[in-house]
Design a protein around this ligand. Structure first.
Ligand code: PLP
Length: 407
């Protein structure tokens, strides 16, 4: 008799965005004709930058001719893309990352979800609360947790992100083996300082742990004091994996390209305490289960590192940050303490009441959809996440409607 992976049955039945969709659909059915503005799900709204479109067209033409046609690509991604990433995202910031430490993939979500496979089934996991749900759910699926009780899984070390710590948790007193950190953060928009990341690197070294650093929103950092990469911190090459994505940097949510860095100096241990380089394990995992990102998409991703590409992607992020500033300023004027929005596309609004109740209020009175913080974890209660991914017109209208609804 074939049996299921019973760890899947521990997963919380309802997924946050499915819950939101259900409430929105019920509202629309009861109020046909009422216009809705969605500032909830974090998908981009602007089209691909022109340099990416031109690269896609050119690469498609190459695929049309025998002499330039490409079949399966190199396991870690094409050298032209990995060299551009190493140079522009890392070496120019003083980070010693080499092209062969970069693994190009079709998404940060897959990489965040898959990377746990190379660690022991009984690794102790530390996860922030609130959190991007993928880190948690993939560890539940892998059997690293017990059952869920009162919104928390047994066996997970939760790192509370609260107003008191500015939504950046400090390393805990207890040891952990694999620590998930995400800055700029989804959902809180908070960004860790150099000193805060240094404390995490020291913690990881002390416990011979690995930090999984998700910097999918790096492109939104504008404060020159804030680190863009964990490799800007001394010692990170020995304890950290970094994951980035072109999804928010260049509007690739529907095009799909990302990358993961596994430094050759990073190790984890077997039961006897012998060190093994993680680079080799991840190479083995990816070359066994993944067959690469299409050639045109890798060309499109590489195009963002040209001078013109840098200008276009900067303008794209600036546009969303303009929306974010409008949102943060408006909610602050309404009396709500806010985090994020200055170096991140999310504004984390401390609404001081039940987050689903506030969600319902904005839905029914303003026709605006936001994301209830409770859906991201226990510490998300009392907050909502507002996303800056929308047109300027929609953002302006939504803010007017929110102000009127809360009068
Ligand atoms: N990591 C975080 C923190 C995210 O918020 C998201 C998407 O919303 C992702 C990763 C997924 O990125 P990708 O589109 O590259 O799969």
């Amino acid at each position: 008799m074939i049996r299921i992976n019973e760890h899947y049955t521990k997963l919380k039945a309802s997924y946050l965005f499915a819950d939101i969709a259900r409430r929105v659909a019920a509202f629309q059915q009861a109020n046909p004709g009422r216009s809705l503005i969605r500032l909830g799900i974090g998908d981009v709204t602007e089209p691909l930058p022109p340099v990416c479109i031109a690269a896609l067209h050119a690469a498609t033409d190459e695929m049309a001719k025998r002499e330039t046609f490409k079949g399966y690509g190199p396991d870690q991604g094409y050298a032209f893309l990995r060299e551009a990433i190493a140079r522009h995202d890392y070496q120019t910031r003083g980070c010693k990352i080499e092209p062969d430490e970069i693994f190009v993939s079709d998404g940060a979500k897959c990489d965040c979800g898959n990377i746990q496979e190379i660690f022991a089934p009984d690794a102790r996991i530390a996860i922030p609360d609130p959190v991007y749900p993928v880190y948690l759910d993939t560890n539940v699926m892998a059997g690293r947790t017990g059952h869920e009780r009162d919104g928390r899984y047994e066996g997970i070390l939760y790192l509370d992100s609260t107003p008191a710590n500015g939504y950046v948790p400090a390393p805990p007193a207890q040891p952990a083996d694999l620590i998930y950190l995400c800055f700029p953060n989804n959902p809180t928009g908070a960004v860790a300082t150099r000193a805060q990341l240094t404390a995490w690197i020291e913690y990881a070294k002390r416990h011979r742990a690995v930090i999984l650093f998700d910097s999918a929103y790096e492109t939104f950092i504008r404060d020159p004091q804030l680190p863009h990469s964990i490799y800007e911190i001394d010692g990170a090459r020995e304890v950290a994996i970094e994951i980035r994505s072109f999804s928010k940097t260049a509007g690739f949510t529907g095009t799909r390209c990302a990358y993961t860095i596994v430094p050759k100096t990073l190790v984890a241990y077997d039961a006897a305490g012998t060190a093994h380089p993680l680079h080799g394990l991840w190479y083995r995992r990816q070359s066994t289960k993944f067959n690469g990102v299409s050639y045109p998409v890798q060309r499109a991703a590489a195009a963002i590192y040209t001078e013109e590409g840098k200008k276009q992607t900067r303008a794209l992020a600036d546009f969303y940050l303009g929306n974010a500033k409008l949102i943060r300023d408006a909610l602050t004027r309404l009396g709500f303490p806010c985090a994020g929005g200055d170096n991140a596309p999310y504004i984390w609004v401390n609404v001081g009441r039940d987050s689903w109740q506030f969600f319902d209020l904005l839905l029914t009175k303003a026709g605006v959809v936001v994301t209830p913080g409770a859906g991201f974890g226990r510490c998300g209660e009392g907050h909502v996440r507002i996303s800056a991914f929308n047109s300027r017109e929609n953002v302006t209208t939504a803010l007017e409607r929110i102000a009127a609804a809360l009068k």
